[in-house]
Ligand binder design. Structure first.
Ligand SMILES: *Cc1c(COP(=O)(O)O)cnc(C)c1O
Length: 361
């Protein structure tokens, strides 16, 4: 059994993939080829915003808006304590201070009360993470932010909805990742930015291309953060079936929740709030004897993973020792992710659920 099955998906779209990759090899525009424009307009339409900017990774998609807002030393950016390292790494890279807030135990997303306590007059941006594929309380965050820019780290939630709108369309900027294992994944590193703001879009696009306003004319300091033409070609082929895959993710994720809840054992499933849908970028549960549970699953051939075994302020590179984030700490000791992808068969899912039950018996 695979933790994420990318082969079945590839088989489904192989002719289109081959055709699209061959077209790039034929025209040879490996940098800023026409596939990028095509992908950007398709994704902007899907998300429901004016601008999509393809970039080189999800990490650069977080870095670029921080650069666009001119964030640097002396500034603070609020991030959840429980996320992938990149969320705080980009803040520290610019010499700004990542201020860690706690998450809710039910969803593992940013806690509004913790956010309220952490805003100061140095706060220059707030980066909620749509962890495991579910958006945070974006309206409440906007209210508390009082105009401070909100950058959604939507690396795990592309395709999710919040009150009928798509993830990446919920704040000033949405940043996503097309890392191979994300809901929409390429065959390498890639990412994208989404915004309705014309001037911010222009700035972010320039920053992703060495601050170019035109060739060899640099108006600002930027990075080499462009999306590759070949990745755009792959993503165009994958995007053809993406909306269907999102439906399957929803169906499979919700079936997991029902089946596991019916067991009435020692497993806690995460809460998906009523006004939103999760794409289950990961399907994550909480188990107090996590090591024992993983050993059991491994012994019966079911792969599991831990996202994430520690909180961000404990990372040596950050070492923010006086950070008080009890929920994040508790979760980091209990969360475990099960196999999850749009092609997970009912048979395999039932086997996984049976093995959960047999561990707890
Ligand atoms: C994957 C991920 C990133 C980084 O994306 P890359 O494309 O790997 O650079 C950032 N934040 C979160 C929450 C992620 O899951």
């Amino acid at each position: 059994m695979d933790f994420i099955d990318l082969k079945t998906q590839q088989k489904k779209i192989k002719p289109e993939l081959d055709k699209r990759i061959a077209a790039v090899l034929e025209h040879g525009q490996y940098i800023l080829g026409p596939e990028i424009d095509e992908l950007e307009s398709r994704l902007a339409e899907y998300v429901g915003v004016k601008h999509c900017i393809g970039v080189s990774s999800g990490t650069d998609a977080l870095l670029i808006p921080l650069l666009a807002y001119g964030i640097g030393p002396g500034d603070e950016v609020i991030v959840p304590a429980f996320s992938f390292f990149a969320t705080c790494e980009v803040v520290a890279l610019l010499g700004a201070k990542p201020v860690f807030v706690d998450v809710e135990k039910g969803t593992c997303n940013m806690s509004i009360s913790s956010l309220k306590d952490s805003i100061s007059n140095r706060t220059k941006a707030i980066m909620p993470v749509s962890l495991y594929g579910q958006c945070s309380d974006m309206d409440e965050i906007r209210e508390v932010a009082g105009g401070i820019p909100i950058i959604e780290d939507a690396a795990q939630s592309f395709g999710a909805t919040y009150k009928g709108k798509k993830s990446c369309a919920l704040s000033e900027v949405g940043a996503t990742s097309f890392f191979p294992s994300k809901p929409l994944g390429g065959y390498g590193d890639a990412g994208a930015l989404f915004t309705d703001d014309d001037s911010l879009a222009k700035t972010m696009r320039e920053i992703s291309r060495h601050g170019d306003v035109s060739r060899y004319s640099h108006s600002r300091i930027g990075i080499n953060g462009r999306l590759d033409t070949l990745q755009a070609a792959v993503l165009n082929a994958k995007f053809d079936i993406f909306p269907r895959e999102v439906e399957e993710r929803l169906r499979i994720g919700n079936a997991y929740i029902k089946k596991i809840e019916n067991l009435n054992c020692g497993v806690t499933t995460l809460e998906v709030k009523e006004d939103r849908t999760s794409v289950f970028g990961q399907f994550t549960i909480r188990v107090s004897d996590r090591d024992g549970f993983r050993k059991h699953m491994d012994s019966v051939g079911i792969p599991t993973a831990v996202h994430y075994p520690s909180v961000l302020p404990d990372q040596v590179a950050i070492a923010d020792t006086d950070c008080n984030v009890p929920n994040s700490r508790e979760l980091s000791g209990e969360v475990v992710s099960l196999p999850m992808h749009p092609y997970l068969s009912e048979n395999d899912q039932d086997k996984i659920v049976e093995e959960i039950a047999s561990f707890f018996k």
